[in-house]
Design a protein. Sequence first.
Length: 396
Amino acid sequence: MREPDRRPDRHVNSGRSARKPWIVLAVAGFVMTSCSGAAEEQDLPDAAQDDDSVAVEEEPAADQEDDTDSEGTLAAVRERGELICGINDAVPGFGSIDEDGAPVGFDVDFCKVIAAAVLGDAEAVSYVPVAVADRFTVLQSGEIDVLSRNTTRTAAREGTEGGAFVTTTYYDGQGMMVRTDDGFSSIDDMEDTIVCVLEGTTTELNLATRFAGVNYEPLTFSNSDDLQDAFIADACDGWTSDLSQLASRRALFPDDAGGPDSLVIFDEVFSKEPLGPVVRHGDPEWLRTVDWAVIATIQAEEFGVSSGNVGDFDDSDDLDIRRFLGLPGADEEDPDVIFDPGLGLDTDMNRNIIEQVGNYGEIFDRHLGPDTVLGLERGVNELWTNGGLLYAPPYR
């Protein structure tokens, strides 16, 4: 679940001197529900077929997968010289606007990761804040190249809404927040209570599932600001959302309403919310481009390669690291050869990502970690070698 925004949609430039700072787009206004909210169903075209295409008897055109844009996005981004990335600009830690008017956050940094991989320049990004209800429409329309906006991967979003998800960047889950003074210690204590939740979302459905057999009343709202006002006014006993959203709201809870210490978030997690970037279905080249850019940040952390020490590995004897950083010497038969996996990207793509943005751990700590306002622990978002879920396929 993510923060709704009441500002008009706008195209936010990365701030590079060669670009105009703000470009207004006619994207729908921000009336947000939840990162885990089910977007409105829409009629998508059947497998794309050109009207003047000729059906081959052995392979009827109607049975062929939509591949008309299979190499379009990568070429378009390179020709444009800029990545257009859909983001959330109202959730501190994941996507927000800083004092200088620049987009910042965990999800924003993955826009930079993709730009570094494709263009060699992490700042070659224009950001489009997108409302939760419009995110798949905006993606399908081609107004953005990629959506990096705290979006949960679900079967329906890949099956009916035309999205193609890459490697998960943040494993989240739904939880419950209550007032400390109310004395609740778990959801099972919340018999005969009122729970605030955003309407029309999977969060609302998850709530009903978890409270099966427990008498409660859901109090629904169309945006999180109104929900918070109701919670402050004691209109409800509990507030359910994704744990990251609850942590963000708790950290910034108004002092005149009791401040962060007046709230407690239960340890229980009662849904799975894998969040990550999304591209359009039917463009396999772009899908693997974005996927391997994300994977590079995870692999770099596993290798111990960071933005601060990447140069120290130029003389490494580790062939896997030399291959990963685009250094010669990874091929024992020909030491002058630089490994190219055939992704259609420069062989120094991983080095550009790490030098300009950092590895996964750096990105997490910069925006979400213990030293930030959110103060989140890595938990399941640790590397698999540390007991977490982050696992990078081999780069070879």
